[in-house]
Design a protein around this ligand. Structure first.
Ligand SMILES: [Zn+2]
Length: 283
């Protein structure tokens, strides 16, 4: 039961913080009645407030509410002492007014300061249920209770979520425009992506074509020469069959002297490549 309630309260406080911006320490405005109730039912008010609100609390009391306690005489001295330990919330009522009225006044129409109200006054809580996002706490038979969200709170929450969704749409569009926008084309994502793709595109087919080359390339240089030799052999075999022997011879020679050319290149950088090779052949 306790766990179930703790979970309930956690969800409820998540609602207040997510939808209405409640933050720890939660500012809890207590009234005079809950102070006296806490004393009479031996409830550790601050501790219980932390329990139900599931976080740090900053209990506060208005001048009018503490005045109510003073007026009740020395019998309520422990309640006065408790109330005195709380931060005083200035309500600017020059002459103390009734506690309920004072709290209604401080909460206002929107509870913009995000107060939690801890009050034993039923009429006050009823009125505060009409104002969205006013967490209400009271003590019921020495059990501190956080009320479920009021209809006004739930409706306001829905409204906020709707406006957030609508706000999200143009935002996402904006982001899309920014990333694809012409002004930023030369700067951010839009151009860099195609560039990367351009790089990738030639790389894509290359591995396929390179693989075959790699098979050859992985062979040692000697193997390549041997291959050249092999080609030459083939050419030799073909050569007699072909009509233009001289041309074939020329090719043959070029193929055979390929080694020499390469050696030459290694030793003395032969600038004229194949022509130099041709010269070698003549030698
Ligand atoms: Zn006041």
């Amino acid at each position: 039961m306790r766990q179930k309630r703790a979970k309930q309260y956690r969800k409820l406080m998540a609602l207040y913080s997510m939808s209405f911006g409640f933050r720890q320490p939660y500012q809890v405005l207590v009234d005079s009645m809950i102070c006296s109730e806490a004393i009479s039912s031996k409830v550790d008010l601050v501790k219980r407030l932390e329990d139900v609100l599931q976080g740090n609390v900053k209990p506060m009391i208005t001048q009018c509410c503490i005045e109510e306690l003073y007026l009740q005489g020395s019998a309520l001295q422990p309640a006065v002492d408790l109330a005195k330990s709380f931060e005083r919330r200035k309500c600017n009522h020059r002459e103390a007014i009734q506690g309920d009225e004072c709290l209604l006044n401080v909460v206002g129409e929107t509870n913009k300061h995000r107060y939690v109200i801890a009050s034993q006054s039923n009429p006050l809580r009823q009125k505060l249920r009409l104002i969205p996002a006013v967490p209400l706490v009271h003590i019921n038979r020495s059990v501190t209770v956080l009320e479920p969200p009021s209809d006004a709170t739930l409706k306001q929450k829905e409204r906020i979520e709707e406006t957030r969704q609508h706000a999200d749409e143009p935002e996402t569009q904006l982001i899309a425009n920014i990333t694809a926008g012409p002004s930023n084309e030369g700067v951010i994502a839009a151009p860099s992506e195609p560039l990367v793709r351009k790089r990738k595109a030639p790389r894509g087919p290359n591995p396929l074509s390179v693989k075959k080359r790699r098979v050859d390339a992985t062979k040692p240089a000697g193997a390549k020469k041997a291959q050249d030799g092999h080609k030459a052999k083939i050419l030799k075999e073909i050569a007699p069959k072909s009509d233009g022997e001289k041309e074939v011879d020329g090719q043959e020679g070029a193929q055979i002297t390929g080694h020499k050319r390469k050696r030459r290149r290694k030793h003395g950088l032969d600038g004229k490549g194949e022509e130099g090779g041709g010269g070698d052949e003549e030698d």
